[in-house]
Design a protein around this ligand. Structure first.
Ligand code: GCU
Length: 591
């Protein structure tokens, strides 16, 4: 049943989920408005990818106009949210689900309507009024499509074909150590902007100086001679710029007495951008992040990175983390641990996580899911990785908490991989020269002849900081007492232990020397031994235990101890802090 505009109230009662009257806020002269399309969307499981023209609108037609079904009468899924945790019949589903909903809007002349998806796992095909608006691949990066020409007065229908099937040429590929959630797992927003609007901007402190801000503002149209005003009231700065033929205005802004963002004082400045038609306000932090020899410098001072790795998941409810409250839960636990950096593994996480970390003064290592066995020989896969890295950086380039862009995790030292990563690294550097580029390697090994840890890899030299994943005492036995183990790994670079740890089921105690005990005591002793070994790493810039919470993974099948969870969390899936949590907490306190 396709509710008509006149019966909005009735419709809201009869099909509460598929209607949202986009309350055009009071007709102010606000240059732009944002309307949320979060809520309950109708859905249809399309297991054979039959399509049946669901995208055309709220009915699907067979032969002779025999009505097949109407998505409007279908059940609903909550957006944002994965489908796996919302329904028993979708718990392990990998395939296509169609989402659809109506929204009521009156398009105004001289405005553009941008539909923005925070993240859709894994492939998305978006239709508005039955016409294709855009497609996107990649579960964890944001995408936006201009749907102005597809809108009509009153009732509009948006449909999204979502497919989360794993593929060899995908990123990540066929097997990875986290749960393959599907769905519209991040916020959906309709951005209403002027015909000519501020489409992009990059405003950051110079990489090496504390008294110079670089600003670049793009208009949506390549039109020259447009005035763009940038102001930072607290710095008493107002700069007028003029766009060039590409519609871009840029300026280098000298500043004095800038308070640079840092963990102890996560200072953000209100930044206002104005043109004749548009106006954007942001809160931006300014800081320097650099490498000097084997040290990482924040605002010119060496800093030891006290980290923790985090998956974007609420284990207590076995679901993707997707709201601001979810981000607060994860970030509050990280903050309680005493971190100054988080490794958002293994993919870009929501705006809520990034904003939340920024406000808490927590630096971020964000990465794209180039995880282990990727199709490095495939040029199409490289293009996907380049696009994902570009989307990752483009979304967060004004977020000062983002300090590290990670481009790979545990990849093999092959010519194809090195070629792939070199191109990927160049893509990143073409966009952002203000941050550090990193990757995590699992190639460090203990060489008995040399009697020390070594690493043979032909790519790491291109990076600013080298991540090392090493599970001593869990995947590998101790060759000798930890205090006697020496490292000679990437000695001309800062290294960051981007993963270490062991599994333990919260509540199991005793048998600290028995790996098979899955006890907290075993995990705790292993942590103490690793921390002891780390003291001998001359170029150690920081550590990031794997991982904050136990997390779901189809590769973790031990019926008694894992139950589908990877139990390396410092916190169990019911929120219980394990012994190892306190070891890291005390270690960070003393650092
Ligand atoms: C790897 C990998 C992680 C994985 C971890 C583990 O290092 O990067 O994604 O979860 O090991 O085995 O627990």
């Amino acid at each position: 049943m396709n509710c008509k505009v006149g019966f909005v109230l009735l419709a809201a009662m009869l099909c509460p989920s598929s209607w949202a009257t986009l309350r055009a806020e009071a007709a102010t002269d606000d240059a732009r408005r944002e309307v949320s399309l979060n809520g309950d969307w109708n859905f249809v499981i399309d297991q054979y990818d039959a399509d049946r023209g669901i995208a055309r609108g709220d009915r699907a037609w067979g032969k002779n106009d025999r009505e097949e079904y109407s998505i409007d009468d279908a059940e609903t899924l909550r957006v944002p949210g994965d489908w796996n945790s919302q329904r028993e019949d979708l718990k392990y589903y990998e395939g296509t689900v169609w989402y659809g909903r109506h929204f009521d809007i009156k398009p105004e002349a001289g405005r553009r309507y941008l539909l923005c998806f925070g993240g859709v796992s894994y492939r998305a095909k978006v239709y508005v009024g039955g016409k294709e608006a855009c497609t996107h691949e990649g579960s964890f990066t944001e995408f936006t499509t201009d749907i102005t020409e597809l809108l009509k007065d009153g009732d509009n229908f948006v449909a999204v074909r979502v497919n989360n099937r794993r593929e060899v040429d995908a990123i990540p590929a066929m097997s990875f150590d986290w749960f393959n959630y599907g769905g519209i797992t991040r916020d959906v927003t309709l951005r209403i902007v002027p015909q000519r609007y501020i489409s992009d901007y990059f405003i950051q402190l110079d990489k090496h100086r504390s008294d110079l801000i670089h600003a670049r503002i793009n208009l949506s149209e390549a039109v020259a001679g447009q005035t763009v005003t940038l102001s930072i009231p607290e710095l008493k700065k107002t700069i007028k710029m003029t766009t060039d033929d590409a519609g871009i205005a840029s300026a280098d802004i000298p500043v004095k007495k800038l308070t640079r963002w840092c963990p102890a004082n996560p200072k953000l400045y209100k930044v206002e951008l104005r043109t004749a038609d548009d106006e954007v306000t942001d809160e931006i932090g300014f800081r320097n992040i650099e490498v000097q020899g084997t040290q990482v410098l924040l605002n010119g001072e060496p800093i030891f990175l006290k980290g923790i790795s985090i998956h974007e998941e609420i284990p207590m409810q076995k679901r993707r983390a997707c709201t601001e409250a979810d981000a607060d839960l994860l970030l509050n636990e990280a903050q309680a641990l005493g971190v100054n950096v988080i490794r958002l593994a293994h993919y870009q996480q929501s705006r809520h996580m990034v904003r939340g970390a920024e406000r808490r003064g927590i630096m971020i290592w964000q990465e794209i899911p180039v995880w282990q066995a990727i199709d490095f020989k495939n040029i199409k896969t490289l293009e996907k990785a380049q696009r994902m890295l570009s989307e990752t950086i483009q979304r967060d380039k004004n977020r000062c908490a983002d300090c590290f862009w990670g481009i790979a995790n545990e990849t093999r030292n092959t010519p194809e991989r090195n070629k792939f990563l070199s191109s990927l690294l160049q893509t990143g550097k073409d966009i952002d020269t203000t941050r550090l580029f990193v990757a995590a390697f699992d190639l460090a090994y203990f060489d008995r002849k040399a009697d020390k840890f070594l690493m043979n890899d032909d790519f790491y030299q291109n990076l600013d900081m080298v991540g090392i994943n090493k599970y001593m005492g869990w995947y590998e036995g101790w060759p000798k007492a930890p205090k006697d183990i020496h490292w000679e790994v990437a000695t001309d670079k800062p290294i960051f232990i981007s993963e270490f740890g062991a599994e333990a089921k919260a509540g199991i105690r005793g048998q600290e020397d028995v790996a098979g005990s899955w006890s907290e005591d075993f995990q705790a002793k292993l942590y103490r031994m690793n921390l002891e070994m780390f003291q001998n790493i001359p170029n150690l810039a920081g550590i990031s235990p794997w991982i904050l919470f136990d997390f779901r993974s189809p590769t973790r099948l031990h019926q008694t101890f894992q139950e589908g969870f990877n139990r390396k969390g410092l916190v169990g899936d019911k929120g219980e802090r394990k012994q190892a949590w306190y070891i890291i907490h005390d270690y960070y306190q003393k650092k």
